[in-house]
Design a protein around this ligand. Structure first.
Ligand code: AMP
Ligand code: MG
Length: 409
């Protein structure tokens, strides 16, 4: 339901220097041939390969072609030209002999015999980079939907582009709600707590290339919530934390509906994160709305499950989900049937497999469990027991785990 609503945002043109990780809206068709002409892959001497076929020769060096230079005239039979890497091959020449393979004396160059057993062979095309061997004019070099990495940006530059059209970055409005909340420099005496979720969520947005706008902390009163929410209605997504469950002071849902948001989902059979809300405005007249539960772990797990893929889809990405790996349980896990559990787990490679162990206390208030976890183990809704030694699926939070090696592997 979320992904159906999360359509790619329109295009914006950005400098190539700022486009890393962005997604192309249109294919890139080359207006150029690269390299534009045959050129030398080595420092050495441009020759005609047939001149070397018979035996060792000493050829006059008739001119030099530096990188960025050009031959003053075609190379005739029986001549050589000094040439540097990247310089265009003189007309008439068809090969380059490396300078390491020859002896230069004055304005002559002595080139060894043209065949083995001395091991020296020169054939047409040797050490020559052909015009168009990288890119042909008219060729589609990058497809629409392609995520721009370092090589893509270098290619765009080579094609003469200093800017590129990419999907816009989603702008996410973030609202915290609760009378108990203060900012990190606030006083926590008297049952107050720091609104850590705004930091967690801003960072989680940034990690997927989305921008965020912090709307502050709304008090548990409909008027204050409405005032704060209105400031986020022009964003692409509105993410609230807390105030969406059934508590006496949970007014967020009511205010959203008053503002014209149609709530499509309330409550997901998962733990942590049951009281998750998703809504949208008719005809896309407002942001996609994600009401996340306030407990810090629930906030981050529901972000992972629902908001992160939606933001990636809006930015045009095709890969929306974290990698999943199969692990072996290092300990037995039990739960009641009814909800899918995302168990925070530590992973270890041992004896050719990945072993998973719970981070311990799985309370949705224990944010440390997310710091220690490398992944979320999927404990299916109807299952009640996963025994030590059994296999299970883990959604990786720490993708660098894929590149890690451990003892025994
Ligand atoms: P609520 O959804 O309002 O019932 O909140 C559930 C739990 O999450 C409560 O313990 C809140 O104190 C906590 N909580 C709510 N908002 C935040 C926040 N922005 N940062 C950290 N914890 C929060
Ligand atoms: Mg609250």
């Amino acid at each position: 339901m979320v992904l159906e609503a999360a359509q790619p945002l329109g295009a914006e043109t950005v400098p190539c220097g700022d486009a890393l990780g962005r997604v192309l809206t249109d294919p890139v068709v080359s207006g150029r041939t690269l390299p534009p002409e045959d050129n030398s892959a080595m420092d050495g001497y441009a020759v005609r390969a047939t001149d070397l076929a018979a035996g060792p020769v000493a050829l006059p060096v008739v001119y030099d072609v530096p990188a960025g230079g050009r031959a003053p005239r075609p190379l005739a039979a029986g001549e050589a030209a000094r040439i540097l890497t990247g310089a265009p091959l003189p007309p008439g020449a068809d090969a380059v002999v490396r300078q390491e393979d020859v002896e230069r004396t004055g304005d002559r160059v002595r080139i060894p015999a043209g065949r083995p057993p001395r091991g020296f062979v020169c054939h047409a095309g040797q050490n020559v980079r052909r015009a168009g061997e990288d890119v042909a004019a008219g060729q589609t070099v990058l497809a629409a939907g392609c995520r721009l990495g370092p090589a893509h940006l270098g290619m765009l530059a080579s094609l003469g582009s200093s800017s590129v059209a990419v999907h816009a970055r989603p702008l996410v409005a973030l609202l915290s709600g609760g009378d108990e909340l203060v900012e990190p420099d606030g006083e926590i005496a008297g049952g107050r707590i720091v609104s850590s979720n705004s930091y967690t969520l801003a960072a989680a947005c940034r990690e997927v290339g989305a921008d965020s706008r912090y709307l502050g902390i709304a008090r548990d009163q409909p008027a204050d919530i409405e005032r704060c929410l209105r400031a986020g209605l022009r964003c692409d997504a509105l993410v609230t934390s807390a105030g969406v469950s059934v508590g006496d002071h949970d007014h967020v849902r009511g205010v959203l509906e008053k503002l014209g948001c149609r709530l499509l989902c309330f409550g997901v059979r998962m733990k942590p994160g049951y009281p998750f809300v998703f809504g949208r405005f008719e005809g896309g007249a407002g942001p996609l709305v994600f009401g996340l539960p306030g407990n810090p772990v629930s906030t981050l797990v529901t972000f992972e499950a629902f908001v992160r893929p939606a933001l990636l889809a809006m930015a045009g990405h095709a890969a929306l989900h974290r990698p999943r790996i199969t692990v072996t349980l290092a300990e037995t896990l039990t739960k009641e049937a009814g909800r899918l559990h995302f168990v925070r787990v530590r992973l270890e490679r041992r004896d050719g497999e990945v072993r998973a162990r719970s981070t311990g206390n799985q309370s949705s208030g224990v944010l440390r469990s997310m710091i220690e976890a490398q992944g979320l183990l999927i404990f299916p809704a109807e299952a009640t027991r996963l025994a030590a030694g059994e296999r299970a699926e883990v959604q990786l939070l720490d993708e660098s785990f894929l590149a890690s090696t451990g003892s025994g592997l």
